[in-house]
Write a protein that binds this ligand. Sequence first.
Ligand SMILES: [Zn+2]
Length: 296
Amino acid sequence: MPLYRDEAVVLRTHKLGEADRIITLLTRGRGRVRTVAKGVRRTTSRFGARLEPFMVVDVQCYEGRNLDTVTQAETLAPYGDVICRDYSAYTAATVMVETAEQLTEEHEPSTQQYLLLAGALRSLGGAEHHPGLVLDAYLLRTLAIAGWAPSFHDCAKCGAPGPHRAFNVAAGGTVCTVCRPPGSAAPAPETLVLLAALLSGDWAVADASAERDQREGSGLVAAFLQWHLERGLRSLRHLYRVRTVRPLPALLPVPDQPSLLEEERLEHAQELGLDELRAMDERHPALDRHLAQEVG
Ligand SMILES: [Zn+2]
């Protein structure tokens, strides 16, 4: 069977049988792949700890009919260790890997998506910026790579030069007074400046932004993401943002959810039916365990 070697970010893992795990990877060269890692749940496993979510690894696999099999894994960057010790970084990283899984295809190479995700995890792991800002920058750029770059200045519909006050998720961002659909939002101009800075990577502007604008910006990014993804992201429900870079998890309050997302979730529940919703809820056992420890 053909053997290959690639760099990859571990997106997700789940148990298989007694000692094995299914590992979903976003590789640099061959898109998203599902692999099986045999024996990794045994304490004697040579590479079990290297194949945890958010880790960047150099893997060697042989191709199978359904699943590829990991034969070697070397750690390139142990972001997972660092990120799991910081609750806000952890929840941000969880949203990132879930988004990456939804926006990439199996065996369809997307080096841009791989590099963006690896870079965002590196930034989280290094505590370079507030985790909420790193997440929003990641989400805006991953949507842009997918072909849904939002506009924060010119009119998203007719291209009339901005700035414009109205913002409409379905229309693609800021809209002029002529194109503005009913029910458009009117965010603070500073919020639109922040979002444009996050999209273009102007960190001097983003780091200096006010907390109020960061919160409003996050709400718009979340609405934009939910609009474009076919299914809601469960992990967004668990995301909450604290304004310190290294919080003490035990002292944090129970996360409260933006009402917009709760409404969307109820809509999803009606659309999808209970079975599908339960399946979504089973996708992140690690996050639930973490929540149980940190919050409950
Ligand atoms: Zn217009």
